[in-house]
Design a protein around this ligand. Structure first.
Ligand SMILES: C[S@@+](CC[C@H](N)C(=O)[O-])C[C@H]1O[C@@H](n2cnc3c(N)ncnc32)[C@H](O)[C@@H]1O
Length: 207
């Protein structure tokens, strides 16, 4: 299947870092003996940070990103499939920890369609773009609000991750500023192209 993510393949494959708060959440809640299932794994970015790569299973519907992930982590397992389709989960082991970085959105990857497919004993560690995060506002990408996530994931602990991002694309920044109404207060100039990003980190341990 060719997806919109394939159009920006190089961009996704260049992203090899994960943020400090998410890294901390992962390392504090994943044991080296755990099997990790990464939903929307892309090029396998999270797998590269986990110590036991043989117990890493990445799932994504982009064949090209899965091929790149396989090349980076040959010892891991990868499944090509749509996360909203229950058959994608057929080969998963009985017990695992579910992780995901920046995948759930209300139009193409709905968390409510995904949760019923995950084993109930799985701990969940998700990083989800917030509803007021810049690309959501600028490009009309529908992300979840904190209250929606609380309703969908009762008992989960939510953390807010905000950071300053310096934009390399001045025109994108100018459009963003105009769109979110900050032009008057915060007039963009080529030296001032910082914007606050917003993600929600989710930790839910199985009961
Ligand atoms: C924003 S990228 C993040 C990739 C990866 N998690 C990372 O940290 O680099 C979102 C990924 O989710 C995948 N994806 C989005 N919706 C999906 C769906 N319904 N089924 C399977 N994969 C999906 C895309 O192909 C893409 O690789």
């Amino acid at each position: 299947m060719t997806t919109v993510y394939d159009e920006h393949l190089d961009y996704w494959l260049k992203k090899t870092q994960i943020t400090k708060p998410f890294f901390k959440l992962l390392t504090q809640n994943v044991k080296s003996s755990d099997v990790i299932v990464d939903l929307g794994c892309g090029g396998g970015r999270l797998g590269l940070f986990l110590s036991n790569k043989t117990a890493y299973v990445g799932i994504d519907f982009s064949e090209k990103l899965i091929a790149a992930a396989k090349a980076s982590i040959p010892e891991a397992t990868f499944i090509t499939g749509d996360l909203e389709n229950p058959t994608t989960y057929a080969e998963l082991p009985d017990s695992y920890v579910t992780v995901s970085n920046s995948v759930f959105r209300k139009d193409s990857c709905r968390i409510e369609k995904i949760l019923p497919n995950i084993t109930p004993t799985s701990n969940l560690i998700f990083r989800i773009q917030g509803q007021d995060d810049l690309p959501s506002v600028l490009e009309d990408r529908p992300f979840y609000s904190e209250s929606e996530l609380r309703a969908l994931l009762p008992g989960a602990i939510l953390f807010h991750e905000r950071y300053t991002q310096k934009f390399s694309d001045y025109n994108y920044f100018k459009r963003a500023m105009g769109r979110i109404g900050l032009c008057a207060k915060n007039k963009p100039n080529r030296k001032n192209i910082n914007i606050i990003r917003h993600y929600i980190l989710v930790l839910k341990n199985s009961p």
